[in-house]
Design a binder for this molecule. Structure first.
Ligand code: C5P
Length: 254
């Protein structure tokens, strides 16, 4: 089904401490994180995993950073033969997704796709190595009529909840077999995700509480389906993640 990708790249990357937004960080092969993430989308298209309509990239509000990322996007668009449109983001990730949704609606156009459904993949511009198999698994699940799909991997650590004044007391232990670490791209029926985000925005929860988009769908009462993610879909958050990414590039694994 016809699919538009919404790539959120407006984060500051404060935990990476690179001095520039995370999407602008250059990996050891000389390409930025954003280029790698855009590349993985087009690799999925070229592998036949995604019938790609266009990509909307949500960029930081700072005009200098926005201009740099816009230039990267337009250069990539010309090389890859895909429409890429940038849009300024917001304070929290969910604000950036909401800002991007209006651009996606325009890019999706009025035709909407078969039966009026248009697939949307929301993707972090911080996961440079997601293989086409993950895109394929998400889109295949959407094609069966599911409104929300997340790729996920099993959790290796034991996860405990904490409390107390300094969050230094264990209050419980979650059953590891029931836990999954969720990645992106997350797949949605576009109209359903728009409605779910509106609902959450109007509700008491507030945007800051949303750490992914499936949470909005869960809050709206949708069934969210899990498909196989991939260890290579890891998110670059810290310097250690960046070291791993550069080691993977050096070893030719990615
Ligand atoms: O902060 P976190 O690691 O969850 O960010 C995941 C993705 O969301 C990153 O690609 C980041 O650029 C994006 N983001 C955004 N706008 C924000 C915060 C994060 O687009 N305000």
């Amino acid at each position: 089904m016809l699919t538009t990708v919404l790539m959120v790249a407006a984060g500051s990357g404060s935990r990476l401490q690179a001095g520039v937004p995370k999407a602008m960080v250059t990996l050891s092969d000389g390409h930025t994180m954003l280029e790698h993430c855009l590349d993985s989308v087009v690799a999925a298209r070229d592998a036949g995993a995604v019938e790609l309509n266009a990509i909307a990239v949500v960029v930081p509000g700072d005009p200098d950073y926005a201009a740099s990322l816009e230039a990267i996007c337009q250069d990539f668009a010309a090389r890859a033969g895909v429409t890429v449109q940038t849009v300024p983001g917001g304070t929290e990730r969910a604000d950036s997704v909401r800002a991007g949704l209006s651009a996606v609606r325009e890019l999706a156009g009025s035709a909407g796709g078969p039966f009026g459904r248009h697939a949307l993949l929301v993707h972090d511009a911080a996961r440079p190595f997601v293989p086409p198999t993950v895109f394929s698994a998400v889109v295949t699940a959407l094609e069966t009529g599911t409104a929300a799909v997340v790729p996920a991997v099993e959790v290796v650590d034991t996860i405990k909840t904490v409390g107390g004044e300094a969050s230094d007391e264990v209050t419980g232990t979650l059953q590891r077999t029931q836990l999954r670490a969720v990645q992106t791209p997350q797949g949605f029926d576009l109209t359903s995700l728009e409605a779910a985000h509106r609902l959450v925005e109007e509700g008491a929860g507030g945007a800051a509480a949303l750490t992914d988009d499936a949470m909005a769908m869960e809050a709206a009462g949708h069934r969210v389906v899990v498909v196989a993610g991939d260890p290579l879909g890891f998110k670059i958050t810290t310097q250690l993640d960046l070291t791993l990414a550069n080691a993977l590039l050096a070893s030719g694994t990615s």
